[in-house]
Design a protein around this ligand. Structure first.
Ligand code: P6P
Length: 336
């Protein structure tokens, strides 16, 4: 059995710019994940359950666990010497790490502390998503420009899914590895080495309640999934949890596709580019899959705003290519 810490130390020589800082960052995220996991697993009992009366920049009601998870990650990341700036879904602006100016901190971490949090009170799996870059600004505390990098510049990305078991899955650009939390020893242990997403899948994840509003190409693809066709094992299975990390994780392991298109309620899509789409796109590409907004590779998109949203289609390569065919044939580019 190999723990996350042992794995990181073993692989450190392969990490981009491996001088130990990225290793320490990943270990700090692992520690924050253990603390968040402890609270997520007792939300129903502790007084940390339910809304805290505030809303975040997205206008979404902040659940106490959202805020707790955000605080744990910010504390873990800013107490080390590696981060020059952090940013999260729960904070309107980026957070420069002033006390690390003198330490030459090189790393930028963007994260969604608790994705799918509307499910907390219903005991449905939720997750943390993180994305790590090297700074682009020359010196001083990190700035907005450091946070607005295209996803292809990421040096690491990962997520923690708090489900029937708690798993941490991440990549540093040399494949994808999954670690399952063993509470009896308080460690994440390597359980899914070198994850590869099946090229073909038979699970599609989309909120079909919005079907009538979807662009024509997406509608055509959904009908394609529902047709009887033995050779291509259709109809596919529809699975939509309402928690992207959970749908993504199942599709990563079993094969499948997640779709959140743009439509008039969400003209730029709903899912945030920098701390949801980019990290999951990096992981799915490292696992052999694809991630697109219907036309462009997600990792090529240059963000212009911290909380920018994008349409997203990601998962098994051949499924994503099929959706892109329908989008090209039936939808105007602006309306994937
Ligand atoms: P809808 C959760 O808020 C989230 O960002 C993803 O985790 C999830 O897949 C999606 O939004 C659910 O959105 O509009 O289908 O309820």
């Amino acid at each position: 059995m190999k723990t996350l810490g042992q794995f990181i130390i073993e692989r450190q020589k392969d990490f981009p710019y491996a001088k130990g800082e990225l290793s320490r960052l990943l270990r700090d995220i692992g520690i924050a994940a253990k603390v968040i996991n402890r609270e997520v697993n007792k939300a129903g009992l502790a007084n940390i359950f339910g809304y805290n009366g505030n809303t975040n920049i997205q206008g979404e009601d902040q659940k106490k666990l959202d805020v707790f998870a955000d605080e744990q990650l910010i504390n873990a990341l800013t107490s080390g010497d590696e981060c020059c700036v952090v940013a999260s879904e729960e904070n309107d602006s980026y957070i420069p790490v002033e006390h690390n100016i003198s330490k030459g901190a090189k790393y930028v971490v963007l994260f969604d502390p608790l994705d799918g949090s509307s499910n907390i009170e219903y005991n449905v799996s939720i997750g943390t998503i993180f994305s790590i870059y090297r700074r682009t600004s020359e010196s001083g505390a990190g700035q907005l420009e450091d946070c607005l990098q295209a996803g292809k510049n990421q040096v690491a990305a990962g997520y923690i899914v708090y489900g029937s078991s708690t798993m941490l899955v991440f990549t540093t650009g040399r494949g994808v590895n999954g670690f399952t939390y063993d509470p009896s020893i308080g460690e994440f242990c390597l359980s899914h080495p070198d994850i590869k997403v099946p090229e073909d899948g038979h699970i599609y994840s989309v909120n079909e309640g919005n079907y009538q509003k979807f662009p024509e190409g997406i509608k055509k693809y959904i009908k394609y999934c529902q047709e009887e066709d033995e050779p291509t094992k259709r109809p596919y299975t529809s699975r939509y949890i309402g928690s992207m990390v959970s749908d993504f994780h199942r599709n990563l392991l079993a094969g499948g596709i997640y779709i959140y298109p743009s439509y008039h309620n969400n003209p730029k899509g709903k899912i945030r580019l920098s701390y949801e789409c980019n990290p999951l796109a990096y992981i799915i590409e490292q696992a052999g899959g694809m991630a697109t907004d219907g036309v462009n590779r997600i990792l090529d998109i240059k963000p212009t705003e911290l909380h920018q949203r994008t349409p997203i289609i990601l998962g098994s390569r051949n499924m994503v290519l099929k959706v892109m065919d329908f989008v090209e044939k039936y939808s105007q580019v602006a309306l994937i």
